[in-house]
Design a protein around this ligand. Structure first.
Ligand SMILES: *Cc1c(COP(=O)(O)O)cnc(C)c1O
Length: 384
């Protein structure tokens, strides 16, 4: 049997391997020159916003919320159409999550829903660039008001632009993930970007256990040369030199990765435009997306059946995502189904088709054929 064609996967070349091997042979395995260099290279993709590399995208969110000062009593507004970590990392700091629904067409956070959800306790509003399509940041900024910070969970969207401005410059804090299915990889990895030096400094400190090494800032600077202090608690979320070397090598191909994804998206758009029973992803005129996912909608209650048929045909389709407030951990806290109808009805239809830079045209044609065949098959009964 041929192996399952995955919905996403990394593209690793001999250059990437050589970069990792060189880092392994160097004097540094963890915090060394590759970390600073990777952060500087990343900042070329974030419109100059400073970057802090961290151990994964979930850690990036935890670090960003900590830098924003999120704690017990604070509310964080999150769209349900995302990976659970956008919300759970703020819960870990004691925050209360307020779910706000998404917009039709892009399934990114709806500014009107944010305006209705903001209270005096709102500390952060977290947008998610679902599938790589930027949220409507100008409208979200207006809806957020002056007191809360705007966060972009850009796990899908490094390299995208909004009204010509790059992801990284659109929110007060931006987070990335470099998991293998994402737009570039460091195996596990992530980053926090911010144009605000104070937020970036707090992020760096939380990433490194909260250690204060600068004597000017220490409470007891005359303790001795070895001295370091913790003023606020942090964690060890450092990304090692070895993985930063991989990240630097991957960044050299990020423009190619994004171009390959865009070409495959255009091919899907064309092949599926007239296929009855599915809708292709929407795109706003002001967005230049960095397509991480290709999310279609399967109509007539047939998503589960089409998922099963395509899986049986060896096509690794995926569903992104179960609405976050449906997770038992949130249900047990009292969050109810039905509170975010746009996200919830989208979830019932959503299916991610395989999309990654090395996907061949013939494999993509196989996906299109399997989808057409699944839709042509007699509908299974009781697809509620
Ligand atoms: C992947 C992802 C994360 C978490 O990143 P990890 O590196 O897997 O921890 C967070 N948010 C979104 C939207 C993601 O897709």
């Amino acid at each position: 049997m041929t192996p399952l064609l995955p919905y996403g996967r990394q593209s690793v070349t001999e250059d990437d391997v050589a970069a990792v091997v060189a880092a392994l042979r160097s004097d540094w395995l963890t915090t060394g020159p590759q970390v600073d260099a990777f952060e500087a290279d990343l900042a070329r993709w974030t419109g100059g916003a400073g970057c802090a590399a961290v151990s994964n995208g979930t850690a990036a969110l935890h670090v960003a919320y900590a830098a924003a000062g999120v704690g017990p009593g604070d509310e964080v507004i999150v769209p349900p159409m995302t990976f659970v970590a956008t919300a759970s990392s703020a819960v870990a700091l004691g925050a209360t999550i307020v779910f706000a629904d998404v917009e039709e067409e892009t399934f990114t956070l709806d500014p009107a829903a944010v305006a209705a959800a903001v209270t005096a306790r709102t500390r952060v509003v977290s947008a998610v660039d679902y599938a790589g399509h930027p949220a409507d940041y100008d409208a979200l900024r207006a809806a957020t008001g002056g007191d809360a910070l705007l966060l972009a969970d850009a796990a899908h969207s490094i390299g995208a632009t909004y009204r010509g401005r790059p992801v990284g410059t659109l929110a007060d804090l931006t987070t990335f993930s470099f998991f293998p299915t994402k737009n570039l990889t460091t195996a596990e990895g992530g980053a926090v970007a911010s144009g605000d030096p104070q937020l970036l400094k707090r992020a760096r400190r939380f990433r490194n256990i909260g250690l204060v090494r600068d004597r000017d800032e220490q409470r007891w600077p005359d303790e001795g040369g070895w001295h370091q202090e913790v003023h606020e608690f942090g964690l060890n979320y450092r990304l090692p030199d070895v993985l930063c070397a991989l990240g630097r090598s991957q960044l050299r191909r990020l423009a190619d990765f994004l171009a390959a994804r865009a070409r495959l998206v255009a091919r899907y758009d064309e092949a599926l435009a007239d296929l009855p029973g599915v809708l292709t992803p929407g795109r706003r005129s002001w967005a230049n997306p960095a397509w991480h996912l290709y999310p279609i909608r399967v109509l007539d209650g047939r998503r589960r059946e089409v998922y099963d048929r395509m899986r049986a045909a060896g096509i690794g389709v995926q569903v992104n995502y179960i609405p976050v407030h449906w997770h038992p951990a949130f249900a047990d806290l009292g969050y109810r189904r039905g509170s975010c109808p746009v996200a919830e009805s989208f979830y019932q239809q959503q299916l991610s088709l395989p999309l990654f830079p090395d996907l061949t045209d013939s494999d993509q044609d196989r996906v299109i054929d399997a989808l057409s065949a699944a839709l042509r098959a007699a509908p299974a009964r009781s697809a509620a």
